[in-house]
Structure formats: C-alpha cells, structure tokens
Design a binder for this molecule. Structure first.
Ligand code: A4P
Ligand code: MG
Length: 188
C-alpha cells in the first residue's frame, strides 16, 4: 500500500495532482486502462479527468516501439510521497521491470507531473516533473485536462509550454477501440 509499513494514507486537504501515463510494451492500451482503474480503486484518490490517448514517437536512444501516452487529473488526500508510492506500486502490478536501464521500453510508466503548486526537489521525488516542459508527449495530453494550469517554477501555462515544445508532430491522437479505452466518467 501507500506510505510506510503499518501506516494509513493521510487524510490531509484535497489537492489536484496530475499524472502522466506511458506504455510501449505489450498491450499498451490495456496497461493504460488498468492504471486508471487502479487509481480509481485507491482510497484517497478520485480521478477527475482523463485526457485522450495519443500515440507518440519514442524519445531516447534505445530502438523501441511507439508509446501510448495520456495524462489524468486526480483529486487526492494522499501526500505526494504516498501518491508516488502508489504510482510505483501500480507500475509493478502492470509488469514494469526497472533493471533494463534508462529510457528503455516499458509496460507502464506513471510520473507525477504536478501536486498542486508544490515545488519539491528530493532524491526520490521531484515536483513539478523536471522534464515535463520539454516533452510534447506530456504537454499535448496535459492540454486536454489543464490548459490554463500555471507551472509554479516557469510561470507559464501548460498551453503556452505546449505551443513552444519541440516536435509536437510526434504526438497524434490514437484511435481507441471500444473494448479497452480509458473510461470517460469521473469516479465520485
Ligand atoms: N521520481 C522522482 N520524481 C518523480 C516524479 N515526479 N514522478 C523518482 C515519478 N517518479 C519520480 O523512476 C525513477 C525514480 O524517479 C522513481 O523511483 C522515483 O523515485 P523510473 O520510473 O524508474 O524511471 P523512469 O521514469 O524510467 O525514468 P527515465 O528512465 O528517466 O525515463 P523518463 O525520463 O521518464 O522517460 N517516449 C515517449 N514517446 N513517451 C514516453 O512516455 N518515456 C520515457 C521514459 C522515454 N521516452 C518516451 C517516454
Ligand atoms: Mg517514471
């Protein structure tokens, strides 16, 4: 679960947080859908807005297949560390293996992009995510759910960041089939 062994998720004030989802191994769509369902099932998390799904050219040197990427907005009472622990746990449940090195293909990657307007730079957790403003595969789906959100360090909206990002053409809307799409409804 989240937090230290034996601890309970905190019941602090609710905060809007944004999480990016990426997959380029196995049934990519199913991994994204399972991640959303797992987030919905967690006490202390309410998924309020999933973005559309995009197919994106892989960033990084190892040869690998295209990704599916998406972003979700959450309303959460978990602390940022509890939320990150929860994301890492969901990745493992979807078969994520970390031994292969940086930027390699993965079944599921969940990154915490923003946690309210918190700015944190610790060895295990950096928020806002340090590369989000350079990545079209993050900014394009983030624009679906929070175009006016202001980056607390850069002072620019997500929409402004997306307008200036390199290679936005490498991110295209994915044609979602009816059996494995991200559910649109917000959980209450
Ligand atoms: N960590 C610190 N801050 C955060 C945060 N805000 N969110 C720590 C999530 N994790 C954070 O993560 C390593 C550690 O970072 C975590 O244990 C956590 O404590 P990881 O998931 O094992 O590493 P990673 O995400 O694979 O990092 P890496 O290798 O730097 O990958 P990137 O930079 O995330 O890039 N191309 C496309 N088109 N789409 C993609 O989604 N993704 C990657 C991965 C490469 N190319 C891609 C895509
Ligand atoms: Mg990650």
């Amino acid at each position: 679960m989240t937090g230290a062994p034996g601890s309970h998720p905190s019941q602090g004030p609710a905060v809007d947080a944004y999480v990016s989802l990426g997959s380029n191994l196995g049934d990519r769509e199913a991994h994204l859908a399972a991640a959303i369902e797992a987030l919905r099932a967690r006490p202390g998390i309410r998924v309020t807005s999933p973005s559309k799904i995009y197919e994106t050219a892989p960033l990084g040197p190892p040869p690998q297949g295209p990704y599916l990427n998406a972003v979700v907005r959450l309303r959460t009472q978990l602390s940022p560390h509890e939320l990150l622990a929860c994301l890492l746990e969901i990745e493992v449940a979807q078969g994520r293996q970390r031994s292969a090195g940086r930027w390699t293909a993965r079944t599921l990657d969940l990154d915490l992009l923003f946690y309210g307007s918190l700015v944190l730079d610790e060895p295990g957790l950096c928020v806002p995510h340090p590369q989000l403003h350079e990545r079209a595969f993050v900014l394009v789906p983030l624009c679906d759910v929070a175009p006016r959100l202001v980056h607390p360090l850069l002072g620019k909206t997500v929409e402004e960041l997306a307008q200036n990002v390199r290679d936005p053409g490498a991110v295209v809307a994915f044609r979602v089939n009816s059996s494995a799409r991200i559910p649109e409804k917000a959980n209450q």
